[in-house]
Design a protein around this ligand. Structure first.
Ligand code: NAD
Length: 591
């Protein structure tokens, strides 16, 4: 098949347009760049020359390639030149009337077979297409910033776009070394649609003072492996841009979770737009700088010293318990591994030995350190031996009745003044606390799986937790090289409350046939730098576990948008629970 679109016009050569022009020229196509006026055209050309010179300096491009590429690009300010193109890509500012006017003009200038593409992020492609007499040849082509590194391109079809035009543009994208995904015309398309709803929730979480900006950001980086925390990302994107995208999403979805968090409006009104203005959620050294300035110390609250922790008990014998024992033992704490029977405790210790062995084999742990850690762990059947430990972490089954019973038992056995922690991920910590006669000593210590590898611990204080108990756990996290974040005792804490609504949104997107499993996963990985797509993650976590967490979140906040997607319920009912059963959103058995 012939290469599609040998000549491409790019209208608007700003941040995006200049990048697109270079990418297209690199594929050997002729590029006709059009700017608003002669001075803008000169500036645009200078920008293209500078960016390609940087690419040569960084050895991403040879000097010959740069010369060849520049020879293919012409830049002017006469839109009529676009008539020679097979495809026009519009990258002017995000303004509906500006874009509609431009498309009406292009429709008049260009031959009827020319395909017209808009680079809009959040405007309706359909409304832009309606300004022309060829809506079947109008579509969206959404590149990501910076164009030269971001591989994702969303190819957006309206109900009128011809499949042929869309497939040709997808082919062009592949030719540019990009990964095209197909999306329908909806504000935010795939990647931003999922991303901005999550960013909005993070902003609302910060606004409600549930956790600090640093803790929210650290939680999502360390708990989910995201490249940036949500508030730092909002500052990078621009608070004003984020608010505009969310407004557009809300206008279409009427989902309250898309209604921009009030704090976004306040920041915009105050001119605090993020990095570009030197201040947003964070304060930066200067406008445009990425260097965050620490705020005055007055914000850091004075805290009492923690209690002394010399020995630790861990209750349970499963994955989390064993992992948590490993964390403490490796840091040099004597640990009592308390399970329901001596046999279970011994088996858990054997698991631990295997895990340490793997670390030795990978060269991450010396044999001496392995032996030292193992020698610190004493398996015990029952909880009687916990009488003298300074801190107990409970990691038994995620069942409130079971946990409450355990806390009642611990209350009778463990010495006064010891800290009692639960690692529950979805049950209220306060319900564990009230099963004891010392709720002030009870706290949540939410580790992530696998505990030895995951740096994050959510430290969950209830309304009754004593301040020195919180301090004890924060200090302990430091000693075992974990990154603690503090939050209150509500469903999902920080990570799950932000992660699972996003996963649920992805399921809903699939259920609505808006995009495919593969396209949604690709969009989040390539468009947002996520380590896994939402469906990959759901299959790993388990659909049943995910459904439970979503139900808990919905029950807690009663937000209609948090109701679990019916498709998730159906898959769970059908026994498709993800990797563990061989089938979830993908069929793993056949691979
Ligand atoms: N910046 C991003 O991160 C990003 C990412 C994806 C998509 N987008 C979308 O891409 C589009 C372009 O955004 P940008 O960030 O490159 O904006 P920008 O402001 O950097 O560039 C816009 C350019 O268009 C020119 N322009 C204005 N009116 C024009 C006209 N009538 N004819 C020709 N040129 C004209 C301007 O001189 C300017 O150089 C927008 O729709 C935006 O939403 C932006």
């Amino acid at each position: 098949m012939e290469r599609p679109f040998p000549t491409v016009a790019v209208v608007g050569l700003g941040t995006m347009g200049a990048g697109v022009a270079v990418a297209v020229a690199r594929s050997g196509r002729r590029v006709i760049g059009v700017e608003a006026g002669p001075s803008q055209a000169a500036r645009a050309l200078a920008r293209i020359e500078a960016s390609t010179a940087r690419a040569v300096a960084r050895e991403r491009l040879t000097a010959e390639e740069r010369a060849a590429l520049l020879a293919l690009i012409e830049v002017g300010d006469d839109l009529a030149a676009a008539a020679q193109a097979d495809l026009v890509i519009e990258e002017v500012p995000e303004d509906l009337e500006l874009k509609r006017g431009l498309f009406a003009e292009l429709d008049r200038i260009c031959p009827p077979e020319t395909v017209l593409a808009t680079g809009t992020t959040a405007l309706s492609v359909t409304r832009i297409a309606a300004a022309t007499a060829r809506p079947e040849r109008v579509l969206g082509v959404h590149f990501f910033n910076p164009v030269h590194t971001m591989k994702l391109v969303e190819v957006v079809r309206t109900v009128l776009t011809s499949p042929q035009a869309a497939s040709q543009v997808a082919e062009l994208a592949r030719d540019l070394g990009k990964e095209p995904v197909a999306a329908g015309d909806r504000a935010g398309f795939i990647a931003n649609g999922l991303l901005f709803a999550y960013l909005n929730q993070a902003a609302a979480m910060f606004e409600s003072r549930y956790a600090t900006r640093e803790d929210i950001d650290a939680a999502m980086r360390l708990g989910c492996g995201l490249p940036m925390g949500p508030l730092a990302l909002l500052d990078l994107i621009g608070v004003d841009t984020a608010r505009t995208v969310l407004e557009a999403m809300y206008e279409q979805s009427r989902d309250r979770l898309h209604a921009p968090a009030p704090i976004l409006g306040q920041l915009v009104a105050a001119g605090l737009l993020g990095r570009k203005s030197g201040r947003g959620f964070y304060t930066y050294e200067a406008p445009g700088s990425s260097h965050v300035i620490a705020e005055e110390a007055s914000e850091a609250k004075a805290r009492p010293a923690g209690r002394e922790v010399r020995s630790i008990g861990v209750c349970g014998s499963g994955t989390m318990a064993t992992g948590i024992v490993e964390v403490f033992a490796k840091a040099g704490f004597p640990v009592l591994l308390a399970a329901r029977s001596q046999e279970k405790a011994e088996r858990a210790k054997a698991q631990l030995a295997k895990s340490l062995e793997r670390s030795v084999a990978k060269g991450r742990l010396t044999e001496q350190a392995r032996d030292a850690a193992l020698a610190l762990v004493t398996p015990t059947g029952g909880y009687q031996d916990l009488a003298d430990v300074d801190l107990v972490v409970e990691a038994v089954a995620e069942d409130l009745a079971v946990k409450r019973e355990l806390f009642t038992t611990l209350d009778k056995i463990v010495k006064p003044g010891a800290v009692l922690a639960t690692t529950t991920s979805s049950l209220p910590v306060i319900s564990c606390a009230t099963a004891t006669g010392r709720p002030q000593d009870v706290i949540g210590m939410h580790f992530f799986n696998p505990a030895p590898a995951m740096k994050l611990v959510e430290v969950v204080s209830t309304v009754l937790t004593a301040e020195d108990v919180t301090a004890t756990v924060l200090e302990l996290c430091g000693k075992v090289k974990k990154h603690p974040v503090e939050c209150g005792d509500r469903a999902g804490f920080i990570v799950n409350a932000l992660l699972f609504p996003y996963l649920n949104d992805a399921v809903r997107m699939l259920e609505e046939h808006y995009a495919t499993v593969d396209d949604i996963d690709t969009a989040m990985k390539l468009g947002c730098g996520y380590p896994m797509g939402p469906f990959e993650l759901l299959d790993v976590v388990g659909l049943d576990v995910s459904l439970t967490i979503e139900k808990v979140l919905h029950q807690e906040f009663r937000e209609p948008g948090l109701a679990a997607a019916p498709l998730l319920e159906h898959l769970v009912a059908a026994g498709c629970l993800g990797r563990k059963t061989g089938r979830g959103f993908r069929d793993h058995a056949r691979r």
